[in-house]
Design a protein around this ligand. Sequence first.
Ligand SMILES: [Zn+2]
Length: 368
Amino acid sequence: MLTTAIFPGRYVQGEGALAALGEEVARFGSRAFAVMDPFAMDTLRPRIEAGLGEAIALTAERFGGECSDEEIARLAEAASAADVIVGIGGGKALDTAKAVAHGLRRPVAIVPTIASTDAPCSALSVIYTPEGAFKRYLVLPHNPAVVLVDTGVIARAPVRFLVAGMGDALSTWFEAEDCRVKRGANMTGRLGPMTAYALARLCYDTLLQYGVLAKAACAQQVVTPALEHVVEANTLLSGLGFESGGLAAAHAIHNGLTVLDETHDYWHGEKVAIGTLALLMLADRPPALIDEVFGFCERVGLPTTLAAIGLGGVDDAALMRVAERACAEGETIWNTPHEVSPRRVVAALRAVDAEGTRRAKATPRAAE
Ligand SMILES: [Zn+2]
């Protein structure tokens, strides 16, 4: 069977990286069209223009807030004369820029302003209705040509973004490992190469080593080596790990959790953290490893109980709806190298909740 890995063309990261945007974009032409979310438009535009320099002519449009077919069509029309599309902002603005570039057959440069998910590097856009309901995945023929992350910008974003990104990145190695053992497909539909599994492991090790220090740096709005390492883990290693290593139970359980309205105020990475803990229970991972992951979540402030994602007092019928969605046909949970059923998923979620609650009671400070 073939193995396949996919990568962004270039990955640039560091404090002040915005100043290098012009140099990166100039490889593709002199006319840039930027999709900027309101935060980027209002606070970063002068720095973006300075970074692009005299040689690049910039047209910028404010992102309307939803990565919908309508918004993509609107922006594509405005961008038709551009040589290169630039997406600047959070996940939905970036996904929209990717889709606009794809429709126009232009290269895209991605500039995340938060490190809350591993989406920036991926060859995927999630399309919603104008009202914000999930519509479909748009699988793109290639990854962004450039991903440029200014860690000075990331450091000034609210710390909850960085922590949620760690939750998303926390799942990467466990899901890739399940795919490796089960010989499950990655996002290309083929097996991952050993490179992807090794990068996924580096992602986990980096979080464990530097997660707490990175959070402290972000809380102070300063860039430190630890913050740089975790931003790279959240954005690049997790992105490469999930696309080329593959997904398994953690993201399937995340998808299941989204069926309950009570979880909607909680972010992707926060729900993925619960999905990751449930994966460990479901796949019978060693207790010492489970203890390690709970400890990490407690130290950085990721949820370890159902109450922490809005599901305090949730009944079994609701959890069964979560589990049935997680176990839908074609879901990545079937990459789990262990017995899987909706009943087993409910049991795993209950086991996570019981253990998270027990630990919080045993060492109240751990749950702060
Ligand atoms: Zn994710």
